[in-house]
Design a protein. Structure first.
Length: 79
């Protein structure tokens, strides 16, 4: 079936938090890329399964960061 998602398979996510995190934070979010947006947000992005995604949420909570949004990024459809 086209577009059928496999349960618990890694998917691409973008997680936005308030503020610009320095490069030192990359080790805390190993495996995710860090990108700054001009309006003062940081985007953490990469492939995560559900367990890893929840682990990132716990790190964000434990570090006292303000979570703005979480978005699953659809893979580009091939023609």
């Amino acid at each position: 079936m086209k577009n059928q998602r496999i349960m618990n398979a890694p998917e691409s996510f973008e997680i936005r938090v308030a503020g610009h995190l320095s490069a030192n934070w990359a080790t805390r979010f190993e495996g995710l890329s860090i990108r700054h947006e001009p309006e003062g947000k940081t985007v953490l992005s990469g492939m995560l399964d559900q367990a890893a995604l929840h682990g990132v949420f716990m790190k964000i909570r434990d570090l006292g960061l303000n979570l703005i949004s979480v978005n699953r990024v659809e893979a580009a459809e091939s023609k």
